[in-house]
Ligand binder design. Structure first.
Ligand code: TYD
Ligand code: MG
Length: 433
């Protein structure tokens, strides 16, 4: 017999306890414990079954392609039936737009359910109308926000895709806790997981990220789902990156690139159009770098401005790379190249708003600065990648061939560095001073 059991769940961290505490012993939050009833299965006499590997049947998964190449790529080929996918990102980044576009594409062929706890149906329809010229007949908006109701609909109508926007705004009647609370989120994720697995329907759940970059809800949400994809970007810029951080059905190295346009998200085939000034003339202070986002090489333009300072301590202002990196590279250039920057402000910007942590960008940043100091432009159609060390040496970085290939594809004729060299020498030959 199933026995009802009481336990206390922390609404901040999701830890459970058998008794109430004023302060959560796990995360230290005050007044965060809420009583919930669970069903104990202890004492249940069910037995498990053991199967030799040879008897385990593997069905060939038929992935549902979304019609958006960049999304398919990140998912490892398409949506796997029965998978639960968490699409996470900051508010306003375009999660609802992306999920809607996936749904609209599929709804020409098969039934798609879209449940939104955030917007009312007319609002959603208006958004969908912005995204497509012809609304597909098989796109259904679900009224209400109760997961049990959604379950009944799915069981009855067997849609091919369900989108839940967002997990923080739907509710499970099983628990009395507040919508958006940790215990609700956990319960809903569990119910959706069961639903997806039992009826082999892929379910995309949208989850908001807090300012600190965590999915609002416990980390355990990430553990529960099959796939976690993050939608990132800078809301001041157009480009968006879709990145898998967990994927039970594919690799996590693929990224998808989009721009947010007036009529929704558009796939980016040539990132250079996005990450460069596209000036037709060569200007001092610009250098093209080749960085990796997961498995994907991306060409970006680094811009540098070097100006006599009016302050006692010269400024180092970096956008798209860390200020620390800029301080170090400026010091290396001062010392190892004999170009003292002590009386100069140095500003560096990565065009397009991309944030880069990879050391491979060092070389392009350094050359852009030297080019700005010397007031000499780099040769056209050159791209660079390499890590710059404190000795003034340039070291090769991984994925050389992939970077070279992408640079060639985008029309670059000269690419450095594939062998160790000195920055001083390289800058002299590239800039001709
Ligand atoms: P949205 O998908 O609602 O973001 P999220 O669900 O992640 O909170 O998109 C938010 C922004 O995108 C909003 O500020 C308006 C803009 N947008 C466009 O620029 N073009 C469009 O076609 C749509 C639908 C939205
Ligand atoms: Mg939204």
């Amino acid at each position: 017999m199933v026995k009802k059991q009481k336990k206390f769940v922390c609404q901040e961290c999701g830890a459970t306890f058998s008794k109430w505490y004023g302060r959560c012993p796990n995360c230290g939050a005050w007044n965060s414990l809420v009583e919930v009833e669970t069903e104990s299965t202890k004492g249940n006499k069910t037995s498990l079954r053991s199967l030799p590997l040879s008897k385990v049947e593997v069905n060939n998964v038929h992935r549902l392609t979304t019609g958006i190449k960049e999304v398919n790529r990140v998912l490892g080929g398409g949506l796997v039936p029965g998978s639960l996918i968490l699409l996470a990102g900051e508010p306003g980044i375009g999660k609802s737009t992306l999920a809607s576009q996936i749904g609209l594409n599929l709804a020409h062929k098969c039934t798609v359910y879209y449940l939104s706890g955030e917007e009312n149906l007319p609002q959603i329809k208006l958004r969908l109308q912005r995204l497509t010229s012809s609304l597909p007949a098989k796109f259904y908006l679900i009224e209400g926000r109760e997961i049990a109701g959604l379950e009944n609909l799915v069981i009855k109508e067997k849609p091919s895709l369900v989108i839940v926007d967002s997990i923080q705004t739907v509710e499970s009647g099983v628990l009395e806790s507040q919508i958006g609370s940790i215990s609700q989120i956990r319960q809903i994720a569990q119910q959706l997981m069961d639903l997806a697995k039992r009826y082999l329907v892929p379910i995309i759940i949208i989850g908001h990220i807090t300012k600190e970059g965590r999915i609002a809800g416990p980390k355990l949400l990430e553990h529960m789902v099959d796939t976690v994809i993050y939608f990132e970007g800078d809301s001041n810029h157009q480009f968006r990156i879709l990145r898998a951080v967990k994927n039970r059905f594919g690799t996590t190295n693929e990224v998808g690139l989009f721009t947010m346009e007036g009529s929704g998200l558009r796939e980016v085939a040539n990132p250079l159009t996005l990450f460069s000034s596209q000036l037709k003339v060569a200007v001092p202070g610009a250098a093209t770098g080749v960085i990796m986002e997961g498995d994907r090489p991306i060409l970006v333009e680094v811009q540098a401005l070097v100006n006599p300072t009016v302050l006692n301590i010269p400024r180092r202002v970096a956008q798209g790379i860390s200020t620390n990196k800029l301080i170090i590279l400026s010091a290396i250039i001062s010392r190892r190249l004999g170009l003292p920057l002590g009386n100069y402000d140095v500003f560096v910007n990565i065009t397009g708003g991309l944030r880069i942590q990879e050391p491979a960008i060092d070389l392009a940043v350094s050359l852009a600065i030297v080019s700005a100091v010397k007031q000499k432009p780099l040769k056209p159609k050159s791209a660079f990648f390499g890590e710059v060390g404190l000795l003034g040496e340039v070291r090769p970085v991984p994925f050389i061939n992939r970077r070279l290939k992408e640079a060639k594809r985008l029309g670059m004729e000269r690419v450095g560095v594939t062998r160790p060299t000195l920055l001083r020498k390289l800058a002299k030959t590239e800039l001709g001073y």
